[in-house]
Each structure stands twice: as structure tokens, then as C-alpha cells.
Design a binder for this molecule. Structure first.
Ligand code: BTN
Length: 245
């Protein structure tokens, strides 16, 4: 297949796979160069917090990048957000409608999830051995189960994006971003596209649910939420839904 990727990477393509992230984690034990795994469909596409990611044959991008980045372990938590910005900025080359990033890893278009990111890492002796950066993008017409608030780019905009062209552009951006992870550009772009900004939402943090107002993110991509009159930094957790009164 045709790719236009600027770096020297190995590309593995599958018609069907269990999960591109799972294969990359396996390859991570012995890999010597950056590998991109892309599949036409996944049997067990994985999302954050043990969720699944619907990966129907030929309907989107299901890909993972296995890479040994030159980043500090303290910056690993920023990777998902920076990759979110890379995906969003690339999609903006095709889509004029507003795109948002729901902290921490989902991209929304017209209030529907169209993309998700799952970053996994192996760290030993204070060094990042590898990152597996997995992302799924719903490109083409697809009917999702009623309880899943997702859609595809084609269904929302009628735009049909060439899959390998988009994948190449995103991979090029991610590789560049990993070398500049602390560039203000990423945190500023994330801020500009923060979904639910100033809205009251239900949050789940360490198994506890509470209501808060999404204020912003800080320079470490932590979510700032106003709750019971004070501002909390959320480092990991989930915005469950918009709270309507
Ligand atoms: C989420 O929705 O929480 C993240 C979804 C990430 C899905 C992608 S698809 C390619 C890669 N392989 C997986 O099993 N998951 C990621």
C-alpha cells in the first residue's frame, strides 16, 4: 500500500488483527526500529479504561505506532494529548466543521466521537523503553449501537478521506511532535479545542463520581475543574457526560 511517511519506519499491514496495540506491545520486546501497524479491522480493538473500540472492516483507521521516543518519563502523560492535537490538526485540513478534544483522548465532531487514542508505555530504570500510540478514526459510513455516542466523518460531513493519505500525515505529525513535546503549540491547540469548556459535567476520578465545571487544562495537560467552590487538577479520570439542568 502507498504511504508518504517522512521517517524510516517499518510498516506492517493486516486485513484482520486482534488489536494493533497488543501486537505492538509484543513487538516492543525485541524491536530495533519504529514500526507502524495498521489493520483493516480489529477483533478486540481496545480503548481506555478497559473499553472496546468498534473496528469494523474497512470503515476507518485502526493503527498503532511502536516507537522509542527521546522523551523524559515525566512527559509520557502528555503523549495522548499531544497526539490528540496531531490528529485534530490533520483532520482540520479536510473538515471545516468544529472539532473538539474531550479530555483526555477522544475527538468529537458534532457531539459524536469520531476518534480515540490509547497510549501504552514501557518504562524501566527511569527510561522510556517504548511507547505504543494507538489511534482509531471512524472514516466511512457506519451504524453504531444506540448506546454508543459515535459516528463517522463521512456520516457527519459527507467527506470521504483517503485512508492512507490521512494515516501518513498523522504519523508524520506524531513523529515530529514527539521531538517537540513541550512546545507550547500543543497545549495551546488542546486548550482551543477543549470540549465541554465552561460546561457542568459529571466526572469519574479514582472510582468516585462528582459534578464539576470544566475550566481549562494546565501546561501539563491536567484538567482544571471547578467543584464545590475550588479548582481541582485532575491528572487521570474521565468526563462522563454533560450535565443538563
Ligand atoms: C478509546 O476510545 O478509549 C481509545 C480507542 C483507541 C483505539 C485504537 S484502534 C488502534 C489501536 N488498537 C487498539 O486496540 N486500540 C487502539
Amino acid at each position: 500500500m502507498n504511504y508518504d511517511i517522512n521517517s524510516d519506519i517499518e510498516i506492517l499491514e493486516f486485513d484482520e488483527i486482534d488489536s494493533t496495540n497488543t501486537l505492538c506491545k509484543e513487538l516492543g520486546k525485541t524491536f530495533t526500529k519504529t514500526i507502524l501497524v495498521s489493520a483493516n479491522s480489529q477483533i478486540s480493538g481496545r480503548g481506555r479504561l478497559g473499553r472496546s473500540f468498534i473496528s469494523e472492516k474497512g470503515k476507518g483507521i485502526y493503527a498503532s505506532l511502536l516507537i522509542k521516543p527521546n522523551i523524559n518519563i515525566l512527559d509520557v502523560s502528555k503523549v495522548t494529548c499531544v497526539v490528540g492535537v496531531c490528529i485534530l490538526e490533520t483532520l482540520k485540513e479536510y473538515i471545516k466543521d468544529d472539532l473538539y478534544i474531550k479530555w483526555v483522548n477522544d475527538i468529537y465532531l458534532n457531539d459524536k466521537k469520531i476518534s480515540g487514542i490509547l497510549t501504552e508505555s514501557k518504562i524501566s530504570n527511569g527510561i522510556v523503553d517504548y511507547l505504543v500510540i494507538g489511534f482509531g478514526i471512524n472514516l466511512y459510513h457506519q451504524i453504531f449501537p444506540k448506546d454508543v455516542n459515535a459516528s463517522s466523518i463521512e456520516d457527519q460531513t459527507k467527506i470521504i478521506i483517503n485512508k492512507n493519505e490521512l494515516l501518513s500525515k498523522i504519523v508524520n505529525r506524531i513523529i515530529k511532535a514527539l521531538d517537540n513535546i513541550n512546545d507550547d503549540l500543543y497545549v495551546n491547540e488542546f486548550r482551543k479545542h477543549l470540549y465541554y469548556k465552561n460546561e457542568l459535567v459529571n466526572l469519574s476520578v479514582q472510582g468516585k463520581e462528582f459534578v464539576g465545571r470544566v475550566i481549562d487544562i494546565n501546561d501539563s495537560f491536567e484538567l482544571l475543574v471547578e467543584t464545590s467552590g475550588s479548582i481541582k487538577n485532575i491528572t487521570s479520570g474521565e468526563i462522563l457526560k454533560l450535565r443538563k439542568y
